[in-house]
Ligand binder design. Structure first.
Ligand SMILES: NC(=O)c1ccc[n+]([C@@H]2O[C@H](COP(=O)([O-])OP(=O)(O)OC[C@H]3O[C@@H](n4cnc5c(N)ncnc54)[C@H](OP(=O)(O)O)[C@@H]3O)[C@@H](O)[C@H]2O)c1
Length: 355
C-alpha cells in the first residue's frame, strides 16, 4: 500500500481527526452480494493500514457493528493501541419506524449501549441520529436524550443524518450540538447547497457525504453503456438510478461521464476518483464516505484527497449539470415520502432486538 498517498485528514474537534475519505460499510449489511466475514475484517485492516481510518456504519446495518468490533480487536492485536487510536467509527442511531410513536429514553439508551457492546468501545465516537417520520413520535425529545447520553459519556459527538434544514435548526435551538450532518451530496445531488449549507456554516456543522460515486454509477464502468433500465444488480444502484432519472436521464448522465473522463485523463486517474474529489472542494465538506464491498477500489479511493481539481474543471462539470434539473426539495425530502419512488424502496424496521 505504500505507493499510494495516505488520504488527507480533517479535524472535527481538537484531538479528533478523521480521514477525509471514509469507508462506508452499508454494502456489508446484505443486498450487495455474500459477505465472507473473515475476509471483510482483513479488508478493514487493509483500509486502516492505508490511511482510510474512519469507518461509517449504523445500528441497522445488519451484522456490521459486530464486524467492525472484530476488526478493532484484530487491529489492536496486530498493530497496537497507538494505531487503533487513529481509528474512528461513526455509527448511526436509527429507531425503527414502527417504534417511533412509543420510543422511551430507556429504549434509546439500550440501542446506544448495544452499539457500544458490538463495537467493543466504552464511548462511541460519533453517533448520527436519523428519524424516519417527523410526524411520528417526538424526534426532538429523542435528540435531546442523545445529548444527555453524550454528557453521561456514552458517546463523544452527537450528529445527524438526513434531517432537513428546518429540523437541524430546531435541534440546534433545543441545545443539541450537532457536530456533523451526514447527507447525500454528490455531483448528482446538490440539495444540501439549497438551504442547509448556510445554516451549517453559521452553526459550525460539517458535512459527511454519501453517494459521491452514486453506488458505482459515477465510474468508468458505466461510461458508454446503454441505460440498464430496471436490470440493476444491487439496492444501491436502484436508489441512484432514480436520482439519475430525476436530474435529466441517461443521456445527460453519459455527458457527465464523458466530461469526468476527460478530466480524469488530464490527471491520470479514473472517473470515480474525480467524482469524489469534486465534493471535497465544496465548502463545509469534511469527508466523503465511499461504500466498499471489498478492497477492489481501495487504491482508487486512496487517491481522492490527493487529486486537486482546477477551477476550470469544476466549471466544466457544472456546465454539464446545468443542462439538467435540480432535485426537488430539501435534504432527504424525496426519500421521506414513503409512497413516492424514492421512499418506497427503503427498509424502515431493521433495528431488531439483539438476539
Ligand atoms: N445516512 C444514510 O442514510 C446513508 C445512505 C446511504 C449510504 N450511507 C453510507 O455511505 C456509504 C456510501 O454510500 P452508498 O452506499 O450510497 O454508496 P457509494 O459510495 O455511492 O457507492 C459504493 C459502491 O460504488 C462502487 N465504487 C466504490 N469506489 C469505487 C471506485 N473507486 N471506482 C468504481 N466503483 C467504485 C462499489 O461498487 P462495486 O463494489 O459494485 O464495484 C461500491 O460498493 C455507505 O456504505 C454507508 O456507510 C449512508
Amino acid at each position: 500500500m505504500t505507493e499510494y498517498p495516505r488520504p488527507d485528514r480533517f479535524s472535527l474537534a481538537p484531538g479528533y481527526e478523521i480521514s477525509r475519505v471514509l469507508r462506508g460499510n452499508w454494502q456489508l449489511a446484505g443486498g450487495h452480494g455474500a459477505v465472507d466475514r473473515a475476509e471483510a475484517v482483513e479488508d478493514m485492516i487493509a483500509f486502516a493500514d492505508a490511511g482510510i481510518t474512519t469507518f461509517d456504519c449504523a445500528d441497522i446495518y445488519t451484522g456490521v457493528e459486530e464486524l467492525i468490533g472484530q476488526f478493532r480487536a484484530q487491529y489492536l492485536n496486530r498493530r497496537g493501541a497507538e494505531a487503533l487510536a487513529e481509528v474512528r467509527v461513526h455509527t448511526k442511531c436509527v429507531p425503527d419506524l414502527s417504534k417511533l410513536g412509543t420510543l422511551t429514553r430507556d429504549q434509546l439508551q439500550d440501542t446506544i449501549d448495544r452499539s457500544r457492546r458490538r463495537l467493543g468501545v466504552e464511548r462511541l465516537d460519533l453517533v448520527q441520529f436519523h428519524w424516519w417520520d417527523y410526524a411520528a413520535g417526538d424526534w426532538l425529545q429523542a435528540a435531546q436524550w442523545l445529548e444527555e447520553f453524550r454528557i453521561e459519556g456514552r458517546l463523544q459527538f452527537v450528529s445527524g443524518t438526513n434531517f432537513d434544514t428546518d429540523h437541524v435548526s430546531a435541534m440546534l435551538a433545543a441545545g443539541v450540538p450537532l457536530r456533523t450532518m451526514q447527507v447525500q451530496y454528490s455531483l448528482l445531488d446538490r440539495r444540501p447547497e439549497k438551504r442547509m449549507a448556510e445554516l451549517a456554516g453559521e452553526a459550525g456543522i460539517n458535512f459527511l457525504c454519501y453517494g459521491t460515486v452514486a453506488g458505482g454509477f459515477l465510474s468508468d464502468r458505466w461510461l458508454g453503456q446503454p441505460d440498464p433500465g430496471a436490470e440493476i444488480e444491487n439496492r444501491s444502484l436502484i436508489k441512484y438510478k432514480l436520482i439519475i432519472e430525476d436530474i435529466g436521464g441517461w443521456d445527460l448522465f453519459q455527458a457527465l461521464l464523458v466530461t469526468l473522463r476527460r478530466i480524469a485523463d488530464a490527471h491520470g486517474t479514473d472517473i470515480a476518483t474525480v467524482a469524489s474529489a469534486a465534493l471535497l472542494t465544496r465548502p463545509l465538506v469534511a469527508g466523503v464516505i465511499v461504500g466498499a464491498r471489498n478492497r477492489a477500489h481501495l487504491a482508487s479511493n486512496l487517491a481522492i484527497s490527493a487529486l486537486k481539481l482546477r477551477a476550470i474543471e469544476l466549471a466544466e462539470i457544472d456546465a454539464v449539470l446545468a443542462q439538467g434539473r435540480d432535485l426537488e426539495g430539501d435534504v432527504y425530502t424525496l426519500e421521506r415520502d414513503r409512497t413516492g419512488r424514492h421512499g418506497a424502496i427503503m427498509k424502515y424496521n431493521l433495528n431488531k432486538e439483539e438476539a
